[in-house]
Design a protein around this ligand. Structure first.
Ligand code: SF4
Length: 78
């Protein structure tokens, strides 16, 4: 499920990378990423709190994280 304004997608590799999960959890100021030993899960109820800071995209390898702005069809990614 996505938020109304924001969706965050993780690559298949990123979802199961516990080390990356911790980095994403530490980076996001509004707790959109929940880390566990199994990897990263998205906290759907926090998605619309995203401030588009880009810290998650910067903390992850290229192609691992995409923050989608559902209201204009663009996204943050690298
Ligand atoms: S852009 Fe910033 S606020 Fe949005 S999910 Fe990434 S780290 Fe969190």
């Amino acid at each position: 499920m996505s938020g109304i304004f924001i969706d965050v997608e993780l690559s298949a590799e990123a979802k199961v990378d516990a080390e990356l999960a911790q980095k994403l959890s530490d980076a996001c100021p509004v707790d959109i990423f929940a880390a566990s030993d199994g990897g990263t899960s998205i906290v759907d109820s926090n998605l619309d709190e995203c401030i588009l800071c880009g810290l998650c995209v910067d903390a992850a390898p290229a192609g691992a994280v995409e923050v989608k702005k559902l209201y204009d069809g663009t996204s943050l990614k690298r």
